[in-house]
Design a protein around this ligand. Structure first.
Ligand code: LLP
Length: 412
């Protein structure tokens, strides 16, 4: 969606002080563009929504792991939520303080755990009994006396979101059941080199109400009641972002207000991903062909599901707007890509001004779970990523467009 940073000036789309047309002309399309100013503004809005709790904010790198994005957030005081050794590696390259990195994930390998221990990563969020046993063993092997962990609780609560991104219901693969968490808390002496200092929940992403989160926090508090020395609660991510004006979502202040009274006496960690970067990002594409077929208007673009898979994978809706708005009459378009799959669409029945070949479009709210989920399907080249500086005045290519050499670099 449009916002203070992503806006029109005299019919031309801008990100802060920079014309999108200018970037697209110089770098080519398809291209991802991120406003670091909007991203930092989002971080501040989250801080203010939870201000009473003074939470530690660990940005969830899975949403967008571009190094320029990570570095900017780290400089603004964010820690990092990492779900693989690769994400830890990038967090360290971005300058994150090891104490403010959390290593989470449902299936950490032994090598990854060893790497995290050797790097003295601040927290490990544990999701399996076997994982806790491995951490104990590896702690002895790597001479670590007190590895700090949080147990990830699966509170068995259905989150109000798309089924693919709900994680807190009982049948989900994520977290430990209430019963297992209680048992591990009773058995803390079996893990002498591990210090259980917190509980972690993340019931889903793009949460459409605050009740499920409040309920999950209440479950955590009840479990922790007999253990007054455990003082940290990590409430995960999930703050929702409006992908269209009609999408009814709670504000971040609503989320803050829902949990603040419950968590006042705890050290709180938040792991926002989408809310930090989604509406700071655009995916800019060009129209290759127009087609009228079966009574439908198609715009065939140089962007596809290989670069932005959310519409194909989740039937996610993104607004698509012209880079230059000539205020022509609007019509309903299917905006599709060149990939050989019927699912390859960036949007269906999108109302856009009558559009012709070579004109550019911007897919909005594409900063999160866009580039990170891209692939080389159909041997397409991953697009470049451009960042606009925090003062909004200048831009640079933060990641180059891939080349044919990249396509074969691991096959030689
Ligand atoms: N913490 C944990 C443990 C998570 O699993 C996630 C996201 C987050 C934090 C960050 O959640 P956020 O603030 O972004 O809602 N690819 C999907 C979203 C997958 C979310 C996975 N976990 C999409 O494009 O909608």
């Amino acid at each position: 969606m449009l916002n203070n940073s992503i806006h029109y000036r005299a019919g031309n789309l801008f990100a802060d002080e920079i014309s999108i047309e200018e970037i697209a002309e110089q770098v080519g399309t398809p291209v991802y563009i991120y406003s670091l100013k909007r991203m930092l503004h989002n971080l501040e809005r989250i801080r203010s929504a939870f201000s009473v709790l003074k939470p530690e904010i660990h940005y969830s790198a899975k949403a967008n792991a571009n190094l320029a994005v990570l570095k900017t957030l780290v400089q603004a005081g964010a820690g990092i939520d990492a779900v693989s050794a690769g994400e830890i590696h990038k967090a360290l390259l971005a300058g994150a303080d090891t104490a403010h990195i959390v290593f989470a994930g449902v299936g950490k390998t032994r090598d990854e755990l060893r790497y995290a221990l050797e790097k003295q990563i601040g927290w490990i969020n544990v999701e399996n009994v076997g994982e806790l046993e491995s951490i104990q063993e590896l702690a002895v092997l790597t001479d670590r006396k007190q590895v700090r962990v949080a147990l990830r609780l699966n509170p068995d609560i259905a989150a109000p979101t798309h089924r693919h991104i709900a994680t807190g219901h009982g049948a989900a693969k994520f977290g430990l059941s209430i019963q297992t968490v209680r048992e591990l808390l009773r058995r803390q002496d079996d893990f002498p080199n591990v210090s259980i200092e917190g509980l972690h929940i993340h019931i889903g992403s793009q949460l459409h109400d605050t009740n499920a989160t409040r309920q999950a926090v209440e479950t955590v508090l009840e479990i922790l009641h007999p253990y007054p020395t455990i003082r940290t609660i990590n409430i995960g991510g999930g703050l929702a972002v409006a992908y269209s004006a009609e999408e009814p979502i709670p504000s971040w202040d609503d989320f803050g207000a829902a949990v603040t009274p419950l968590l006042k006496d705890y050290q709180v960690i938040l792991e926002p991903g989408r809310s930090v970067i989604a509406d700071a990002g655009l995916f800019v594409i060009s129209v290759l062909y127009t087609k009228e077929q079966g009574g439908e208007h198609l715009l065939i673009t140089d962007g596809s599901m290989a670069e932005l898979i959310r519409p194909a994978l989740y039937e996610a809706h993104h607004m698509i707007v012209p880079v230059a708005d000539y205020k022509r009459d609007k019509r309903l378009y299917h905006v599709v890509g060149p990939v050989c799959e019927s699912a390859d669409a960036l949007g269906h029945n999108i109302e856009i001004q009558a559009t012709v070949t070579n004109e550019k479009l911007a897919v909005l709210t594409a900063g999160a779970y866009g580039m990170v989920m891209s692939s080389n399907y159909n041997q397409r080249l991953r697009p470049p990523e451009v960042v606009i500086s925090p003062d909004g005045q200048s831009w640079q290519v933060a990641r180059q467009r891939e080349t044919w050499a990249d396509l074969v670099s691991h096959e030689q």
